[in-house]
Design a binder for this molecule. Structure first.
Ligand code: OGA
Ligand code: MN
Length: 309
């Protein structure tokens, strides 16, 4: 296996001369060590299918989901693809939501450890995936800002982010992403394995306790926009069919880039859950969860009103 850094910043590497579908224990360990170091690994020409990707994902931890199509088409019986979904569809609203900087699954009790995407059909223009190194973003903050955010946390909810980014207010259902809970997480995450601090923000974050709504929104927006303002902290992946990308959700933000939604974009996705010791906020049964529900309902009231204006 060969590991070639994508830049001079120890952020992102291209990994070749291995087969993810038949990886041995020693190579797997080398891949994982590279993930911890670079945060993002690009594996060209792996051509993983849903089952292969999920099987590789399982070697990295407990799956949230494995080998799911994250696409603007539905795979039909027999393997052919449906027409491209309209932008009004629920699926496309989720896809378009992914175009704002985020880290995965911070809206579940346990946020994600790492995730995989593999390209099946990609637009000729646009539809890239961008990654931002939040370790470097944290390191670049002034000592004053580091001190200011040291004790702060934000609630995370994708009921919030879909409403805030798209004006989409999906029906609340306990068994869906839109479950009415919001999970409080520190703005600075200490990586459980490398101990490197990173800025843990993104589109799902809102409602910093102790700050006014205005100050909280302004701070969260400023932190993200500063974090992604330096090209040295950004990598944009131009997909080739067959590519697989693996990233560390405990150290990076990512987002999809827009494209012509009438052309197919089909990726396979697998998401690995974090560890309870480091990625668990609390469960809904926990008395601590009550504050999140109150904060979310309050925030949604504001967003509904602003959306109607
Ligand atoms: C995701 C995601 C980005 C993309 O699946 O979690 O953010 O480029 N995808 O589709
Ligand atoms: Mn994502």
């Amino acid at each position: 296996m060969k590991v070639k850094p994508l830049n001079q910043h120890a952020f992102g590497a291209c990994v070749t001369d291995l087969d993810l579908a038949s990886i041995d224990a020693e190579t797997l360990d080398a891949v994982y060590q590279a993930l911890l170091r670079y945060g993002l690994l690009v594996f060209p020409q792996q051509n993983l299918d849903e089952a292969n990707q999920a099987a590789f994902g399982e070697k990295l931890g407990t799956l949230e989901f494995g080998g799911l199509l994250l696409a603007n088409q539905v795979k039909q019986e027999g393997g052919s693809f449906s027409d491209v979904l309209p932008t009004s569809s629920h699926r496309m609203k989720t896809n378009i939501g992914n175009e704002a900087w985020h880290t995965d699954s911070t809206y579940w009790p346990i946020s994600s450890k790492c995730a995989l995407l593999s390209a099946v059909r990609v637009p000729a223009v646009g539809g890239e995936t961008e990654f931002a190194d939040m370790r470097a973003a944290y390191a670049a903050l002034t000592p004053e800002t580091q001190q200011k955010i040291a004790g702060l946390s934000a609630y995370h909810s994708t009921e919030y982010s879909q409403a805030n980014d798209l004006g989409h207010f999906p029906q609340r259902r306990p068994d869906s992403l839109y479950h009415g809970e919001a999970y409080l997480r520190p703005l600075v995450k200490i990586h459980p394995e490398t101990q490197i601090p990173s800025l843990f923000v993104g589109r799902h974050a809102f409602g910093i306790p102790g700050l006014s709504r205005r100050d909280s929104r302004a701070l969260l927006q400023q932190l993200v926009s500063d974090a992604v303002s330096d090209p040295a902290r950004i990598y944009r992946h131009h997909w080739q069919v067959g590519d697989t990308v693996l990233w560390d959700n405990r150290a990076l933000l990512h987002r999809a880039c827009p494209y012509d939604y009438s052309v197919p974009r089909v990726l396979i996705g697998t998401r690995v859950a974090g560890e309870p010791a480091s990625e668990l906020a609390y469960y809904p049964e926990d008395p601590a969860a009550a504050g999140g529900r109150v904060a979310l309902d309050e925030e949604l009231k504001h967003l509904r009103r602003e959306n109607a204006e």
